[in-house]
Write a protein that binds this ligand. Structure first.
Ligand SMILES: [Zn+2]
Length: 72
C-alpha cells in the first residue's frame, strides 16, 4: 500500500525559481499528456500559481504552433 501524503515536494518551478514560459516549450511538454492535454497538478506537483501560468503558456505555445492542440 502506498501512503500518498509523503511526497510533499515543492513545485518544480518554485524549486528552480523560474516561471513556465512558452519559450521553454520542450519543458512544457513534460506537463502534457501524449494526447496534448495538460496534466493536472495532482500528478505533477506544480503549485496553483504555476499551474495557472503553465496552462497560459501552453496555450500561447499552441498559438505559435510550438505545441500541438488535442491529438485525436
Ligand atoms: Zn510553483
Amino acid at each position: 500500500m502506498e501512503i500518498k501524503k509523503t511526497a510533499k515536494k515543492a513545485c518544480r518551478f518554485c524549486e528552480e525559481k523560474k516561471d513556465p514560459s512558452y519559450k521553454n516549450y520542450e519543458e512544457l511538454r513534460q506537463f502534457m499528456t501524449e494526447r496534448g492535454k495538460i496534466i493536472g497538478r495532482r500528478q505533477t506537483g506544480v503549485c496553483a500559481k504555476h499551474q495557472r501560468m503553465l496552462s497560459r503558456e501552453i496555450k500561447r505555445a499552441r498559438q505559435l504552433a510550438l505545441l500541438p492542440y488535442l491529438v485525436a
